[in-house]
Design a protein around this ligand. Structure first.
Ligand SMILES: NC(=O)c1ncn([C@@H]2O[C@H](COP(=O)(O)O)[C@@H](O)[C@H]2O)c1NC=O
Length: 529
């Protein structure tokens, strides 16, 4: 007994009268009110085990799915709605005489609205220590099938996936005499397909992650977090999307205390600055401009680290993004307050520090609430025309043990400290990267030049100190010629760290030996293009 749309009450062209709804939800927020609203409109409610129980408990009249299908829910819920009686009721083309005849013959009852949200796969898979069996049990099968069926047949049925949509759906039903319009059903169908696509993406990604190779199909989904005021430039639009299924993103654990909305460029610089200070356990500060540090330093306190980072290149630090890995106290805030800062991020602020900092309207003050160092197993992705470049992250730490002193003179212990400090900073500088450091603070940075010797020249020119006597130099890749080290040595550099591996290594080492300079090969390169 196929129940075609009622001939009694007229419907607007393209509108569908909702007479029977199937409700089957994991997230039960708002479902009772939604079902009550439907029932008040005379809609018959069919529902699955847990959902039916919740509705019955609220005093609603519910028809159990096994009564509808004539087949019991079995196998711990693995099979509850997967039945041709339901799918014929969802998929019939109700303007097709043959479909209607077949429905009549099989005594199919039409379902006009499906309200489903799925087992919480993403949340379950993201839980620490969760068993594989539990993750797999959270792969919903019946739910997506119903959603896809109803969404495909949106010419005759409506599909609702988000509790946030319940009120609007009820309102339209009330206003339009129990019907939903075609535009509404179409937009609900689009939402349903996006929802199941996201769901399947999370599942595919979970399987792919178990295998360390790059998968043949690189599947990811990204969810909009916020529209940004503009992109890299004011004539470009911009938005920030977070990757579905990752434990954290650059903004997920960030609380904004003060200032304007964070911008596209701010997010890029913030990510870089935070990554740099997270290299260190001791108080550290990084000042980033245009995605390159213009100062980085360690210190006995946040204040000292900041002052020493700032001293590296005060001119470039103007309008910078500053990251600290220590709480900001009033004294540090007073020093910071002397400068124009675009963004400040730190793990916390004393109340009286915030009082000082918030006197300036424009500074964006962010609190980094991510306490653990996140281990990003995710590969790094960059977009190129029509595609993506995917690579392992340049993670891990190069330790002194794996390095080789290649000169006659070995670095002193102080030089070793500066060499390792400069080396770690150089990884955060765009290639060709040269970092000069003394006393665990950068004193000159040459970034993003197309020739390495130009980066050396720039770093030496940038140095604010009268001479670079005793400074250490880090180069993110080998020196192709001796000219770069020679330039630095003439300026006073006494220790150099670089990967080595050039065909002219011998010339480069000879230049260092001739000047009594210590040189270390790391055997690992850290280009950052
Ligand atoms: N197997 C099935 O036939 C099936 N039909 C619906 N579900 C899901 O079961 C959940 C609701 O279950 P309950 O009403 O029992 O709490 C929904 O998330 C729905 O997507 C199913 N579960 C898994 O596939």
């Amino acid at each position: 007994m196929a129940s075609e749309t009622s001939p009694a009450a007229p419907t607007a062209p393209g509108a569908v009268r909702i007479q029977r709804a199937l409700l089957s939800v994991s997230d039960k927020r708002g479902i009772v009110d939604f079902a009550r609203g439907l029932a008040e409109l005379g809609v018959e409610i069919v529902s699955t085990g847990g959902t039916a129980a919740a509705l019955q408990e609220a005093g609603l009249d519910v028809r159990a799915i096994d009564d509808f299908t004539g087949f019991p829910e079995i196998m711990d819920g693995r099979v509850k709605t997967l039945h041709p009686r339901l799918y014929a009721g969802l998929l019939a083309v109700r303007s097709n005489a043959e479909h209607l005849a077949q429905a009549d013959e099989q005594q199919i009852e039409f379902v006009d609205l499906v309200c489903v949200n799925l087992y919480p796969f993403e949340r379950t898979a993201a839980r620490r220590g969760v068993s594989e069996a539990e993750v797999i049990e959270n792969i919903d099968i019946g739910g997506p099938t119903m959603l896809r069926a109803a969404a495909k047949n949106h010419a005759f049925a409506a599909v609702v996936v988000k509790p946030e949509s319940y009120d609007a759906v009820l309102e339209e039903l009330r206003d339009a005499g129990g019907t939903l319009s075609m535009p509404t059903r179409e937009s609900l169908a689009a939402e349903a397909f996006a929802y199941t696509a996201r769901y399947d993406t999370a599942i595919a990604r979970w399987f792919a992650e178990k295998n360390e190779d790059f998968p043949p199909l690189f599947i990811r989904a990204f969810e909009k977090v916020v529209d940004l005021p503009y992109g890299e430039n004011p004539h470009q639009r911009g938005a920030f999307y977070a990757q579905v299924g990752t434990r954290m993103n650059v903004l997920s654990q960030v609380k904004q205390h003060h200032g304007k909305q964070i911008s596209y460029n701010n997010i890029l610089d913030l990510d870089s600055a935070r990554a740099l200070v997270r290299e260190y356990e001791v108080p550290a500060c990084a000042i980033v401009k245009h995605n390159n540090p213009c100062g980085a330093a360690l210190g006995a306190s946040a204040q000292e680290a900041y002052e020493r980072a700032f001293a590296c290149d005060p001119m470039s630090a103007y309008g910078g993004v500053i990251a600290l890995n220590r709480r900001v106290d009033r004294a540090t805030a007073q020093r910071l307050h002397e400068q124009f800062i675009e963004v400040l991020i730190a793990p916390g602020y004393d109340d009286d520090a915030l009082e000082v900092l918030t006197q300036k309207q424009n500074i964006r003050i962010l609190e980094d609430q991510e306490r653990r160092l996140p281990v990003l197993g995710e590969p790094e992705i960059r977009q190129v025309t029509g595609g993506l470049l995917v690579q392992d992250r340049d993670s891990g730490r190069d330790e002194r043990d794996g390095m080789e002193v290649v000169t006659a003179r070995r670095p002193s212990e102080d030089e070793w400290s500066d060499l390792l400090f400069a080396w770690r900073v150089s990884r955060h500088v765009k290639s060709n990267a040269i970092v000069l450091a003394r006393g665990l603070a950068t004193v000159g940075i040459g970034a993003g030049q197309m020739s390495r010797v130009d980066s050396v020249r720039l770093s030496v020119e940038k140095a604010q100190v009268p001479d670079l006597k005793g400074a250490a130099l880090a180069s993110d890749a080998f020196f192709p010629f001796a000219d770069g080290p020679e330039l630095a040595i003439r300026a006073g550099v006494t220790a150099v760290i670089q990967p080595g591996g050039s065909v002219r290594d011998a010339e480069v080492v000879a230049a260092a030996d001739e000047a009594g300079v210590a040189m270390v090969f790391t055997k690992r390169r850290h280009f950052r293009h």
